[in-house]
Design a protein around this ligand. Sequence first.
Ligand code: FAD
Ligand code: DHB
Length: 388
Amino acid sequence: MRTQVAIIGAGPAGLLLSHLLHLNGIESIVLESRSQADIEATIRAGVLEQGTMDILNNAGVGARMQAEGALHHGIELAFGGRRHRIDLTELTGKSITVYPQHEVIKDLVAARLAAQGELLFEVSAVELHGVDTTTPSVSFTHRGEAARIEADFVIGCDGYHGVTRPAMPGQGRQDYQRTYGFGWFGILVESAPSSDELIYARHERGFALVSTRTPTVQRLYFQCDPADHVDNWSDDRIWAELHARLENNDGWRVNEGRIFQKNIIGMRSFVSTPMQSGRLFLAGDAAHIVPPTGAKGMNLAVSDVQLLAQGLEQFYRQGSEERLQGYTAAALKRIWRAEYFSWWMTSLLHTFADATPFKREVQRAELECVVSSRAMATALAENYVGAF
Ligand code: FAD
Ligand code: DHB
């Protein structure tokens, strides 16, 4: 097989890149290790920045997102027994949309298949060859048969646990990493929304987050031990924890309902540079991870591939590699801003096992500053909506 761009991974990064290239008349093949049903059912992110929506709309894949996504103009910060609204739209002129990542995946898969895009599911044994030459290739197994794609470029969109980052030459690489001693316990619940807007809550028992999916399905998270197991958490225990962390004496209550999905997510900050070696480029979680508190991961994956699509378009239209060579530097500007914000939101809202009484009071004072100073609220809002 031969194509112009071989893409490893059919997450938001790989699928969108393939679609953006198609719109520019550039061929690609996407290799995905899981099944179509699997990638369309994996529950992950929910918050799309305005810029992400604009990219999806401009690419012609935004119709269902516009019809079914929920536009949010603010978020709430809860601490010290009170809730405080951050008016994102008043402070920045922008808003966010809550639309599940797996719905974005469905829309992108449908667009690729409608355009006869080549999308190979359930591939295994993916290996990269000759990425430091102008004729790289990818070998893999599909439907029990060995296969190979010859390409001009290979793009690693295969997430944090993929094979493309380890295929980058070790020399000259620098990885930056921070782990947090906690994770998030996430649930999906059949109930009406508890709140019109997302609630980020800091409580002595730990962080909690009220989000939503549809008018009848809600998404909630609470800080937990990353080594804990979902089987240790009965529904009653989960509700007791959420009530304790989220409610105060103003009468507002979290709506209970049937819990039909439970998972535990680890938290890490990670950046691997450079994001290019010869004809191999990395995008999205393959190159960087943020803790989920700032809701940035999927948005970063989208902005990376927009840069790559522009670079590849310049290469095929004008024969110039200028933009491609500038990819790492251009992408890292936004990535480090999001790394900073995600770390900051995480630090502001979670309880830390090693927190001294001094650190706890400083954290509380910082939250007070954010909700009482327009300047600090604006800084949070600008970062949250992605206005940078
Ligand atoms: P992925 O989505 O990880 O896709 C990689 C794909 O590559 C996968 O389909 C995988 O099966 C495939 N693959 C892996 N290895 C191979 C291989 N060897 N060969 C072929 N295919 C391979 N982000 C936000 O922006 N907003 C949020 O609100 C948000 N909330 C989150 C909540 C949770 C609980 C989690 C876990 C994440 C959240 N994120 C959020 C982060 C977001 O989900 C990720 O950043 C996003 O999925 C990254 O997209 P990607 O395409 O880079 O990688
Ligand atoms: C969701 C996830 C996040 O990480 C976040 O900050 C807000 C919402 C969600 O899955 O809905």
